[in-house]
Design a protein around this ligand. Sequence first.
Ligand SMILES: Cc1cc2nc3c(=O)[nH]c(=O)nc-3n(C[C@H](O)[C@H](O)[C@H](O)COP(=O)(O)OP(=O)(O)OC[C@H]3O[C@@H](n4cnc5c(N)ncnc54)[C@H](O)[C@@H]3O)c2cc1C
Length: 99
Amino acid sequence: MAKALTAIIAGGGLGGLATAAALARTGWRVTVFERQNELRANGSGIYIWENGLRVLEALGACEDAIRDAFRGTHFEQRDNRNAIIESAAIPSDRRLMTT
Ligand SMILES: Cc1cc2nc3c(=O)[nH]c(=O)nc-3n(C[C@H](O)[C@H](O)[C@H](O)COP(=O)(O)OP(=O)(O)OC[C@H]3O[C@@H](n4cnc5c(N)ncnc54)[C@H](O)[C@@H]3O)c2cc1C
């Protein structure tokens, strides 16, 4: 039987955890080291665009991640004078979530 490959990941942020989950799903033995000893919340949501949702789906984590999420219908970008510099509707067949 082949020996499991081993990975050590520094950082339990989105990148580290997604990488850990992806490797673990293919049989790697993964250890994640996180320097913070607790989850921090700064009061803002995080928007997950289609590419991020596809990654979560591939990891089997999408359903849990977007449970109770707000579904975006449009977005705007504004400059430092609060003038809209970009605005667009998000078609209903595309997905934008904030959790
Ligand atoms: C205010 C703000 C709003 C954002 N909004 C969005 C958004 O709406 N949508 C979106 O897609 N992206 C958003 N982003 C970007 C998104 O947060 C980052 O792209 C993403 O968090 C990067 O993930 P990461 O795992 O690379 O890094 P991080 O999430 O920063 O995680 C790195 C982790 O590594 C740990 N670490 C660092 N050094 C060590 C070490 N030596 N040993 C152990 N642990 C260590 C840190 O404590 C941290 O937990 C936002 C960013 C900010 C700042």
